[in-house]
Design a protein around this ligand. Structure first.
Ligand code: GUN
Length: 294
């Protein structure tokens, strides 16, 4: 079997086209989605993420504002910026780019964001609501994985989804989402991680396998069942002297060998990656709609 490729770029483009219409519709009702982003420091990867978020907002007609401050900005100043955005109706969504410099307590900052504007879905109130199956902003990468499954015709209902990785950003929220009694969910979820004595024992049982460990090509072909759907969340840099940059990007799965036996697979790059920013825009619009309804 040769796997069909689920293109994150294509799925993201479809969602963005729908979102653009939705933004227009909301504006007609006097609801203006807006995203406030706080970037502390000059980390190149963070600058690049933030730029793609701003570009996405511009493309969809979402108001966006970026506050860029130096790496030595105090925790108190960052908390004050968050508080201002919490109280500013221009913003339906607030995002503080992570990681933050070491002298700032990330948890304190994330917890200071108004839960109804928490477009990352990282606030403990939203984590609790997610676990209970109540409406809340969903963590963007996990939400992107769920959308890719649905759009590609791989409804997880009744299937065994094995998630490799237990991060608060992907593994845990994805398991919480897919186990719900809800459309796009109803799956049987197993979460495994790098401390498993024999990870392949679990991965071989997956109808849908999600790799989100951040370990380059950790999932080998003999760990995957024939015909499985394989979603690769990993984005890892590995040295490659043949590239001008000196590196190339690989996922958490051995792509070429697994593409020979899976039914569907996501590439890296161009798979889950483009979905994350798109779902952030989606959350910004959904938050605006929810706040506007109150
Ligand atoms: N840094 C890298 N990815 C993310 C993300 O999705 N949200 C935030 N806030 N920071 C990040």
């Amino acid at each position: 079997m040769t796997a069909k490729v689920i293109s994150g770029k294509e799925v993201a483009a479809e969602i963005r086209a729908e979102l653009k219409k939705k933004v227009e519709e909301l504006k007609g009702k006097g609801i203006h989605p807006g995203l406030g982003v706080i970037l502390v420091g000059e980390d190149p990867a963070s600058v690049s993420y933030v730029t793609s978020k701003s570009q996405g907002c511009e493309e969809l007609g979402i108001y966006d504002e970026l506050i860029r401050v130096p790496a030595d900005t105090s925790e108190e100043e960052v908390l004050n910026m968050v508080e201002k955005m919490n109280n500013d109706p221009k913003f339906s969504g607030i995002l503080v780019q992570l990681p933050l410099p070491g002298h700032i307590d990330e948890e304190k900052v994330v917890n200071a964001i108004a839960p109804e504007k928490d477009v990352d879905g990282f606030h403990p109130i939203n984590q609790g609501l997610l676990l209970r199956g109540e409406e809340c902003p969903l963590p963007c990468t996990a939400y992107g994985v769920q959308k890719m499954l649905m759009v590609s015709g791989n409804d997880p209902a009744g299937k065994h989804v094995v998630i490799c990785g237990r991060s608060n950003i992907v593994g845990k929220p994805l398991a919480a989402m897919l186990m719900q009694k809800a459309e796009g969910a109803n799956a049987i979820c197993t979460v495994v991680h790098t401390r498993a004595h024999d990870m392949s024992y679990y991965t071989k049982q997956a109808d849908i396998l999600v790799a989100a460990m951040g370990v380059p090509e950790a999932i080998k072909a003999d760990m995957v069942k024939d015909g499985a759907v394989v979603i690769d969340v990993g984005v890892n840099r590995v040295d490659d002297a043949s590239k001008k940059s000196g590196f190339r990007l690989v996922g958490d799965v051995e792509y070429d060998a697994i593409a020979e036996k899976a039914s569907y697979i996501t590439p890296v790059p161009g798979g889950v990656g483009p979905m994350t920013v798109t779902m952030l825009l989606y959350n910004t619009v959904e938050c605006a709609e929810r706040i506007g309804k109150v």
